[in-house]
Design a protein. Structure first.
Ligand code: ADP
Ligand code: ADP
Length: 227
């Protein structure tokens, strides 16, 4: 059971004159698949990164299961994140890329092996565990990035434009895989995309973030509507 609550969240980067995120509010239910859509620069990534703990929250409160998380270190948040550029370690094998977050958290070797092999099986990576990222296709790299997140068995799953580097055909098939994965693992999920079809297909609920019409190019974000 995992709920996520963002209350009056603001973000201003030190170098910026305007807020990147301004008074963002949302309650996310257990196992809900939320999709953020909106134009480039409206604060989608920043919001995800604040939830993950990769950016400080300037103002406002983030809660997971009613516990305030603002000052909790990323590795202690029980959140897994998939990035647009996959962020794989080039010198490590697929196995070690997937195992990395578990090693960091001091899981024992047998448990790491069990989890990595299970995730590899789910994602069709079993025969690729000894390869390096450079020897994989785009779709396979994307699966490794997802595998690295699902081995964590995290309560909250964050995906920042995970499919946007793939070609159109692969995007459609990976979209179906993500839907299937969510039905199987059921983590409370926030998914960022600017692809409306992707949003409509995957979401339990879509949050439309929009840039403020008065914003200059250095800053952004005003309103959030929920539909
Ligand atoms: P989106 O994910 O919707 O494209 P971002 O969250 O990346 O939007 O960016 C929101 C705003 O914050 C943009 O105006 C962007 O230029 C600014 N921004 C993002 N990252 C930084 C940063 N590290 N330093 C300063 N400004 C940033
Ligand atoms: P370390 O980085 O701690 O030296 P290793 O990279 O040698 O660890 O491997 C950690 C564990 O993962 C070992 O138990 C190893 O047998 C297992 N392992 C590594 N690669 C694979 C793989 N491709 N398939 C299954 N198990 C693997």
């Amino acid at each position: 059971m995992t709920t996520l609550n963002l209350e009056h969240i603001f973000k201003k980067y030190p170098s910026a004159t305007q807020y990147a995120v301004e008074d963002f509010n949302i309650d996310i239910k257990d196992k809900e698949f939320i999709v953020f859509v909106g134009p480039s620069g409206c604060g989608k990534s920043t919001t995800l990164r604040m939830v993950a703990g990769l950016e400080d929250i300037t103002e406002g409160t983030l809660r997971i299961n009613d516990k305030v998380m603002n000052d909790v270190a990323p590795k202690d948040r029980d959140i897994a994140m998939v990035f647009q550029n996959y962020a794989l370690y080039p010198h490590m094998t697929v196995f070690d890329n997937m195992a990395f977050g578990l090693k960091l958290r001091k899981f024992d070797k047998a448990e790491i092996k069990r989890r990595v092999e299970e995730a590899a099986e789910i994602l069709g990576l079993t025969n690729l565990l000894d390869r390096k990222p450079a020897d994989l296709s785009g779709g396979q790299r994307q699966r490794v990035a997802m595998g690295r997140a699902i081995v964590r068995d995290a309560k909250v799953f964050l995906m920042d434009e995970p499919l946007s580097n793939l070609d159109a055909k692969l995007r459609v098939s990976m979209r179906a895989e993500i839907a299937k994965l969510h039905r199987r693992i059921g983590s409370t999920t926030i998914y960022v995309t600017h692809d409306q079809t992707e949003a409509m297909t995957l979401a339990d609920r879509i949050v439309i973030m929009s840039s403020s019409p008065n914003a200059d190019n250095s800053g952004t974000v005003g309103k959030v509507e929920q539909i």
